[in-house]
Design a protein around this ligand. Structure first.
Ligand code: ACM
Ligand code: ZN
Length: 498
């Protein structure tokens, strides 16, 4: 930090390289909405006031790093790629008064940035937030609202959990019953609905402009009751299963070749819709009761020389990962898939470590031993649906607060080995977490997690950190975020988590 400030006004002139275009558009959007003006174009007679300059490879800023230099006369931003420029703009916005992220014009404010120089590079290239749109459905507008929040926290992956036992939410042209029937299998008011392919393209583009890649999750072979109600012929016993809030043993039959054809046809459309590098194929919580008593599954186990039904899930995942490999995609799987051993899956498989509560670091160790890249998203303390104090079926042992996320998150590894590629946070909507209940669970705790995704710095003590979080509250207010309490001892008696 230096002395003085730079003042952004309607006569501030900017010049930018091609890679910085989306960043400038975003900055102008915020300025126009909150300040009522945009940056002026450069003029021939004088040097621009805000310059976006292409960095040289020797600056070693990578895909997402940037250097931001603010003097009282000028702001200079250097980056190598569009994401780097975009994150520099996010940092500038964080230094501007909080009203800059508001949705109305604020009069009488000086839009000043302090004199400083920052060189900033993220700790991980995979920084994700997951929304469960399967159990509860959120509108496209609501999803976009969250994408804008994520962009401001420099989170670059929107992990979109699109299929569940309680609802199939993605239109698949080849199998219309998936949404005709599968999107209304549960009865709640926010459990009806799906995203058309046009809406999905709209979300993907909205995210892209914010340097966010959308990673769709098609959860297989379990958590699939909604799909199997639409296509019961793909279960082991050709019978539509009941919907359940959590999970059941009614899976896609792992022995039937029709299952593989069906899923590959779905994935073909999914790969076309999502241009990003990653597809998440779920794989969690798939009890093998049905597979263990299905003659077709048992025949497949025998024919393929597999040890048991767990290895059938490895075989199942391997086939689908191989399909994705042909489509030049990586395949993310929940850790459950490798917990019982079995042969190695293809090189495009990435393991998501989540079940710390029941299995501590078993998944992490298994993935490391098998040489899979790992995303760390341990439910302790990254599952933001876990409230801070008990609510509904969430007892005390499934609660955590800002301090615990800050001090005790097993996913926050100080010096991560190379195979750890990122950190993820999830917002599950089980037990009817509706749209109006999400903000109070996600915020302020997502501030801690986004910092753990980005920053390599050593931790300051929690009380100091908490003061910084509180400085962010006016910004959350300006964003219209209905954030909840932060720490257990401050949760009012009978606080309403709904
Ligand atoms: C999960 O929480 N079932 C991934
Ligand atoms: Zn079967």
């Amino acid at each position: 930090m230096g002395v003085g400030t730079f003042n952004i006004t309607s006569s501030t002139r900017t010049k930018y390289c091609a890679e910085a275009r989306d960043a400038v558009v975003y900055l102008n959007l915020k300025l126009k909405t909150a300040a009522g003006f945009q940056l002026a174009a450069q003029s021939a007679e004088r040097r621009p006031d805000i310059e976006f300059v292409q960095a040289a490879p020797k600056d070693s800023l990578g895909n997402e790093g940037y250097i931001l230099k603010v003097t009282s006369k000028r702001i200079t931003i250097r980056a190598q790629s569009r994401a780097g420029f975009f994150y520099a703009v996010q940092t500038i916005l964080q230094f501007l008064p909080p009203e800059i992220v508001g949705s109305k014009i604020s009069e009488g404010i000086s839009w000043t940035v302090p004199v400083l120089i920052i060189r900033d590079i993220p700790k991980y290239f995979f920084r994700s937030f997951m929304m469960d749109s399967g159990r509860q459905f959120q509108t496209v507008e609501y999803i976009k609202r969250y994408l804008d929040f994520l962009a401001q926290l420099k989170i670059n992956i929107f992990h979109w959990h699109l299929t569940e036992g309680q609802g199939w939410r993605i239109e698949i042209k080849k199998y219309p019953k998936l949404t005709e029937l599968g999107s209304s299998v549960a009865q709640g008011e926010e459990q009806q609905g799906f995203y058309t392919q046009e809406e999905i393209k709209e979300v993907v583009e909205y995210a892209r402009l914010r340097c966010i890649t959308v990673v769709p999750e098609i959860d297989l072979p379990g958590h699939s009751e909604a799909a199997l109600i639409a296509y019961p012929e793909l279960t082991c016993f050709k019978k539509a299963p009941p919907t359940v809030m959590e999970y059941s043993s009614h899976l896609f039959c792992g022995g039937n070749e029709s299952t593989y054809t069906f899923i590959e046809n779905i994935l073909s459309e999914v790969c076309d819709l999502f241009p990003g590098e990653y597809i998440h194929l779920g794989g969690d919580e798939a009890p093998k009761n049905d597979w263990d008593s299905c003659s077709v599954c048992l025949a497949k186990i025998k024919q393929e020389g597999l040890a048991n039904s767990h290895e059938l899930q490895i075989y199942f995942s391997t086939r689908l990962a191989t399909y994705l490999q042909q489509r030049e995609k990586k395949c993310i799987l929940w850790g459950d898939v490798i917990e019982n051993g079995g042969p190695r899956m293809p090189d495009n498989v990435i393991i998501y470590w989540w079940n710390y509560r029941k299995k501590l670091d078993a998944t992490y160790k298994a993935a490391m031993a098998m040489g899979y890249p790992i995303i760390c998203g341990t439910n302790y303390y990254t599952y933001l649906n876990f409230p801070i104090t008990p609510w509904s079926r969430y007892k005390e042992d499934r609660t955590f607060d800002l301090r615990q996320a800050y001090e005790g998150n097993p996913s926050d590894i100080l010096q991560p080995p190379k195979f750890v590629i990122g950190v993820g946070a999830c917002l599950w909507t089980d037990w009817n977490v509706k749209m109006r209940m999400i903000d109070q669970r996600v915020f302020p705790r997502l501030l801690v997690l986004s910092e753990q995704m980005w920053s390599s710095k050593e931790k300051i003590p929690f009380p100091e950190y908490y003061e910084k979080v509180k400085l962010f509250y006016p910004r959350l207010d300006a964003l219209g975020i209905h954030y909840g309490p932060a720490v257990k001892e401050e949760v009012p008696l009978r606080y309403n988590w709904e």
